[in-house]
Ligand binder design. Sequence first.
Ligand SMILES: NC(=O)C1=CN([C@@H]2O[C@H](COP(=O)(O)OP(=O)(O)OC[C@H]3O[C@@H](n4cnc5c(N)ncnc54)[C@H](OP(=O)(O)O)[C@@H]3O)[C@@H](O)[C@H]2O)C=CC1
Ligand SMILES: Cc1cn([C@H]2C[C@H](O)[C@@H](COP(=O)(O)OP(=O)(O)O[C@H]3O[C@@H](C)C(=O)[C@@H](O)[C@H]3O)O2)c(=O)[nH]c1=O
Ligand SMILES: [Mg+2]
Length: 293
Amino acid sequence: MKLLLLGKSGQLGWELQRALAPLGTLVSLDRTDGGDLSDSDALAATVRRVAPEVIVNAAAYTAVDKAESEEAAARQINATAVGVLAAEARALGALLVHYSTDYVFDGSGDQARDESAATGPLSAYGRTKLEGERLIAEHGADALVLRTSWVYAARGGNFAKTMLRLAAEREQLKVVADQIGAPTGADLLADVTAHLVRSATADRSLCGVYHAVASGATSWHQYAQHVLRRAAAKGVTLKVQAEQVEAIPTSAYPVPAPRPLNSRLDNRALQSRFGLVMPHWQTGVDRMLDEIL
Ligand SMILES: NC(=O)C1=CN([C@@H]2O[C@H](COP(=O)(O)OP(=O)(O)OC[C@H]3O[C@@H](n4cnc5c(N)ncnc54)[C@H](OP(=O)(O)O)[C@@H]3O)[C@@H](O)[C@H]2O)C=CC1
Ligand SMILES: Cc1cn([C@H]2C[C@H](O)[C@@H](COP(=O)(O)OP(=O)(O)O[C@H]3O[C@@H](C)C(=O)[C@@H](O)[C@H]3O)O2)c(=O)[nH]c1=O
Ligand SMILES: [Mg+2]
């Protein structure tokens, strides 16, 4: 089997390079070597040249606040280019694997949302990611669209690493306590992707949209505290201790892009349809911290 991976250098792309390797011949690209999603024509030409049986797209415009002032750029990467991949996948008869986000939802209520829940993005990032999902559906490509949340990895930038840095530099740390979701490891997501690719290439009826998140839920505030507690236990010197992190409401942290308050995603369909178990979010976070600290 021939696979094409786009966005090989991101948090998820890096883990996918590892997880997809045993499935076949893997061609991994980033924007510097033919996999630039800002150039639709070049992207289409690349897919035709490689002619893969599976396309895995880990590239995205993920700067949530910046997207508010650069929506056109975000749309090109998160939607238009995804439409190109879907059209090329359809023409090749290839399976397309793509990632989406909790930010396609408005975050109302306090229940976990399943795949059929109504969308309602609050931000430019969320809107463009939803447009990407819709273009895949419109092109009729066989696809796995995996909505995930709060992604972290040992390699790359993420909230956990930001908290470790700020707690070492600053005297004070304030973190929102009313946004709830599940931190999900790029390593877990990559391994799950490999399982799904094996299953869905053998049985295309498994294609669809799935919520692919770790189990359990937490607030960004509790997540920050958890990270700092583990770091302190490992002897890392911090100026702000876990107990000193101030819990604030979203209204006290003004940023350009509104975030959903309730980012809980129901991962039961993914687990039951593919016979997988999604571990609790703390399992993966602790493993990542053991690796980087
Ligand atoms: N990070 C998160 O918290 C979440 C992410 N997701 C989704 O998961 C997927 C993977 O995200 P993650 O790995 O965390 O994101 P990262 O930001 O770590 O990686 C995104 C990658 O996309 C690349 N990229 C950006 N623009 C282009 C372009 N024009 N052409 C080619 N590559 C480009 C970036 O390259 P460069 O570094 O050169 O810009 C980077 O390597 C995305 O679809 C994202 O929307 C969903 C929920 C949460
Ligand atoms: C740095 C910092 C952030 N925050 C808040 C801002 C925000 O509400 C929350 C998390 O901050 P981030 O900048 O990591 O948030 P953000 O970049 O919005 O994270 C999102 O990225 C995209 C790509 C996704 O798809 C989402 O699932 C989600 O992971 O914490 C604080 O309250 N205090 C702080 O000191
Ligand atoms: Mg961010």
